[in-house]
Design a protein around this ligand. Structure first.
Ligand code: ADP
Ligand code: ZN
Ligand code: MG
Length: 643
């Protein structure tokens, strides 16, 4: 399987944020807590009660004997209980009859007056605190426990019914401008220069609204941040609040919508009320496409709720007084599905687009996230930035983090360049699955498959050069061929797509050619090739037969249940299908041609792969040069890889 990671990134755009979990009263937790407390109390009781029982008990006659022989230093009388302390510091207990006094009893046992005079006798009030506690505890304890248990349960129930009442309240998280620890400023956001420029104006307004109002300028009410996932939309919104030093109300689109109809709308009302009280302030609605989709487009329930919520947002934004100092920011990675009413002038009329970072920006982002990580001297973030086209800010963040984890796992104090290089692959493809053992036959098939991809990429003039070939399983892939564009590009041409398709099919063709049979391995390759071919025909006007017509909207699937009519006829649709298969067939032919002409090189790469499993660019290039193929090179992008 090959991974052209520019495409890979695009496919990653469908990430969705899960809904925030709601705290449920944990019934089992409360029972457990009660039992625990009960056990603690019991243990305490046993300890206190047990302590006093440890001393030996003697009979009253024995006590009398001891007093006579002057062994006793002191007797403590508490009711009928006697605590006897001997001259050798032994402590024993005894009991007397309740009615008669101790001296009388001892007399009766024949103790002389002199002996009694020499013994210290103390009488203590028998209503001592512990005396009572110890006597009552056994009866009281279960009652206390039961009362406590019911109190505990009722408190839980009350809590949850309170929660039911607070459904309509806004769930916004508020970031306080004076909170130094969580403060984000523009300095923490690398790149995005145009976006920052746009947003500086907003910051300026929030800091100094009078200047704008005096001159009669109408302040933007809404700013919408769009861009691929992980490009820093949320981060940038927080930075605006941090720069302006105003409260920041943060809420995700999905959090508005609950099971009950009408909750979303009332949450919106509540949120705006709170923000107006705190003005100047920023309201930030993350992932607004969850509620802001085009209205009336779908079927099934649930839509009503979304529409009401959206309507309420529109109403609230219209209801702003001209000098109300609340700015609504929103973020989405699907600006194409937003309701047009939401983005008309007077609402979210400012659009700020965040691009995937280019090489310079990537280096800057890496630098930001390298701050708290001790880097070894050999680390060259410029090279890492060169090797990561298509990575978003979030990917780069995770790359630095993975690098540090790799270093820590090997007990090193610093992060080295090869940690970061391994981290690139980990972020891109998932962890290596070395334990995934291949049989000898499987290994051969995988080796030829990957060699097929690599060789087609090296021979066809418009495919990207090969960076690494491996038959070690990674993530879902059984093996992979990494290719990297020579330079960054925003636009791709038809010629490049055609070679890309051939490259994707290289594995399939090689398997068929060498083994005369096909495995399930290339299924995702075929998917990639087919998607690309279809997009060429229907979106980019790259088919001569169909011509430059965009068919079927954005080609993307809308959310559940919603579908967009493909606005074209059966005839066209048949033509599209035949064009797609023609492009695929051309790709197969061109891959077959390459592999037939360079059969020797194919064998050489496959043999080497079976032997060493992973080929870096240098070793790979050596093999193809030996077989008369010139590798595409770019001095700048040349990397030293040590891993
Ligand atoms: P999204 O666009 O999906 O809202 P986030 O703003 O949540 O993306 O970004 C995720 C993480 O990626 C951020 O917390 C930050 O660490 C990192 N990041 C993204 N873009 C940048 C950037 N331009 N500069 C620095 N860090 C960035
Ligand atoms: Zn493949
Ligand atoms: Mg976000």
């Amino acid at each position: 399987m090959d991974l052209n990671f520019l495409n890979q990134k695009e496919q990653g755009n469908k990430k969705n944020k899960g809904r925030k979990g709601k705290e449920n009263p944990k019934f089992s937790g409360s029972v457990l807590g009660a039992i625990l407390i009960f056990m603690t109390i019991t243990a305490l009781y046993l300890m206190i009660a047990g302590n006093s029982n440890k001393t030996t008990e003697i009979s009253i006659s024995e006590l009398a004997k001891n007093v006579s022989s002057l062994e006793v230093k002191n007797i403590l009388v508490e009711g009928e209980k006697l605590t006897v302390t001997y001259k050798n510091d032994d402590v024993k207990t005894s009991k007397k009859e309740t009615e008669s006094s101790l001296t009388q009893t001892l007399f009766n046992y024949g103790v002389t007056k002199e002996a009694l005079a020499l013994t210290d006798i103390q009488v203590k009030n028998e209503s001592g605190f512990w005396y009572w506690i110890l006597n009552i505890m056994p009866f009281l304890l279960p009652i206390i426990f039961i009362v406590f248990f019911f109190w505990y349960l009722s408190r839980q129930v009350k809590g949850s019914s309170m929660q039911a009442f607070s459904f309509g309240q806004s769930k916004a998280r508020i970031t306080d401008p004076n909170d130094k620890n969580n403060k984000v400023t523009f300095k923490d956001v690398a790149g995005c220069k145009e976006a920052k420029e746009e947003l500086k104006e907003i910051v300026d307004f929030l800091k100094n609204p009078k200047k704008f109002l005096d001159i009669g300028a109408r302040i933007p009410k809404g700013v919408i941040l769009t861009g691929a996932p992980g490009t820093g939309k949320t981060l940038l919104a927080r930075a605006v609040a941090g720069e302006a030093g105003v409260p920041f109300f943060h809420l995700s689109g999905s959090e508005f919508v609950e099971m009950f109809v009408g909750v979303g709308a009332s949450r919106v009302r509540d949120l705006f009320k709170m923000a107006k009280k705190a003005a100047p302030a920023i309201i930030f609605m993350d992932e607004i496409d969850a509620i802001g989709r085009t209205r009336g487009g779908g079927f099934g329930g649930g839509n009503d709720e979304r529409e009401q919520t959206l309507n309420q947002i529109l109403v609230e934004m219209d209801g702003f007084e001209p000098n109300e100092k609340v700015i609504v920011m929103a973020a989405t990675n699907r600006p194409d599905v937003l309701d047009p009413a939401l983005i008309r002038p007077g609402r979210f009329d400012r659009k700020v687009l965040l691009d995937l970072p280019d090489r310079v920006d990537r280096e800057e982002i890496l630098n930001i996230h390298a701050v708290q990580k001790p880097l070894a001297e050999d680390v060259n973030l410029k090279l890492i930035a060169e090797r990561t086209p298509g990575f978003s800010g979030a990917d780069l963040f995770s790359l630095m983090n993975e690098g540090a984890i790799l270093a820590a796992r090997e007990n090193r104090k610093k992060v080295f360049q090869f940690d970061l290089i391994r981290a690139i692959e980990k972020v891109m493809l998932g962890p290596e699955r070395k334990s995934h053992l291949l049989s000898k036959k499987e290994k051969e098939i995988t080796a030829y498959h990957e060699a097929g991809h690599a060789l087609v990429a090296s021979v066809l003039p418009f495919a990207d050069p090969v960076h690494k070939v491996s038959i070690i399983a990674r993530g879902n892939a059984g093996g992979y061929t990494l290719k990297l564009p020579l330079e960054e590009r925003k636009l791709q041409s038809k010629r490049e797509f055609i070679d890309d398709i051939a490259m994707s099919l290289g594995g399939y063709v090689a398997e068929k050619m060498i083994f005369g049979d096909i495995t399930t391995g290339p299924s995702s390759d075929l998917q990639v090739a087919t998607n690309l071919a279809r997009a060429m025909v229907t979106r980019w006007g790259m088919s001569d037969l169909i011509g430059p017509v965009a068919l079927g909207g954005d080609g993307g699937k809308l959310s559940w249940g919603e579908s967009r009519e493909d606005g074209y006829s059966e005839t066209i649709s048949t033509k599209v299908d035949s064009e797609v298969s023609r492009i695929i067939n051309d790709g197969i032919k061109s891959a077959e041609k390459v592999l037939n002409e360079h059969r020797k090189a194919l064998d050489a790469i496959a043999f080497k792969l079976i032997e060493v499993e992973t080929l870096e660019q240098d070793e790979y290039n050596k093999i193809i040069i030996a077989n008369g193929i010139m590798p595409k090179t770019n001095e700048e992008a040349k990397l030293e890889i040590k891993s």
